[in-house]
Write a protein that binds this ligand. Sequence first.
Ligand code: G3P
Ligand code: CA
Length: 400
Amino acid sequence: MGTQESDERAGGGTGRRALLGAAVLGAGGAVLGLSGTARAAGNGQGGGQGDGHGGGHRGGLGDLPVPTVIGHRGASGYRPEHTFGSYELALDMGADIVEAGDLVPTRDGHLVCRHEPEIGGTTDVADHPEFADRRRTKSLDGVDTTGWFTEDFTLAELKTLRATERIPANRPHNTLYDGRWEIPTFEEVLRWQNEQTRRRGRQVWIYPELKHPTYFRGLGLAAEERLARLLRKYGKDRANSPVVIQSFEPTSIQRMSRLVGNPLAVLLSDADTRPWDFVETGDPRTTADLVTPRGLKEIASYAQGIGPTLDLIVPKDADGRLTEPTALVRDAHRAGLVLHPYTMRNENPFLPAEFRKGGDPDAYGDAFGAFRAYFATGIDGIFTDNPDTGVLAREDFVNG
Ligand code: G3P
Ligand code: CA
């Protein structure tokens, strides 16, 4: 199967990456402002930074503090993900970059911000009787998935829906905001980025991800060219543009490297998984091959960074506790790549076991302790659902 499962496990309901809940706890055994001392990132041109390598390389990624705090789907710990409410809160909280958004196309070819093509778990589509007959079961990267898919809706139809909280069992407070926001298009995000940059008097960065690009290309809805066209239209297609592009499919990032000059990052799931584009093209390599010095060197020939799951940086033992860091940070830096792993979340079920407090699945554990452990590995940034916690943890870390 493909590798876009990242760090959320398939659960019930219509979302193929639904929630982690109390069961996971059992299985595991168990601001604002920035510090002036955060170091600058690399130059976004294959020059990774690691410790001290960022000095003198300004522009592009080099303009960002390190470790860089990336608002995962906005501030999705506090608001329904991939909404302007979530994106703006991430900026209010001091995120250096906002993951706006995960990109999937509509039937009429617009890129919209949803975590997955299937939208039953993040919108109120199930409450719309006029769309009841759009419910389908499809094979998505080899996984049978049931629900409603963006490619079966026009943009005008999608705009009649409203966003809802993906994991209400863990984030009951966020359901307060269900129904408040529309699904953003990526073009709206680009305009919003300009407006927010003006309003806040600082450059706002975004970090869109191409979701399931091989799947969509097969449907005649290739996303890379659409993304490149929009970036060009808004003058954001250059190496020093404040837009970093990511994907779990290496060939999609290679394609983007031929279309635009933006900083690019290859996402990496668990070591034993295989990117779906590799499955489709018969490339036998797995993620374990990609994180070798040879694999990283090849990635560095077309990308500036990697976005590994945190378990590739520090694996966990059978009880869910952190073990020793791998060589990935060192090897990626040697290849000239920055590392932006995913995903830090404050709630107990998502933390390494030693940082959990009690058994309540929506209670916070010792998130600062977990941030500290991950920052200590030398990573260049981190995706987090809780940017305010990430910014404070970064301040603690760099001020030491
Ligand atoms: O983009 C980094 C991280 O978002 C990858 O995982 O599944 O949350 O898109 P996912
Ligand atoms: Ca993502």
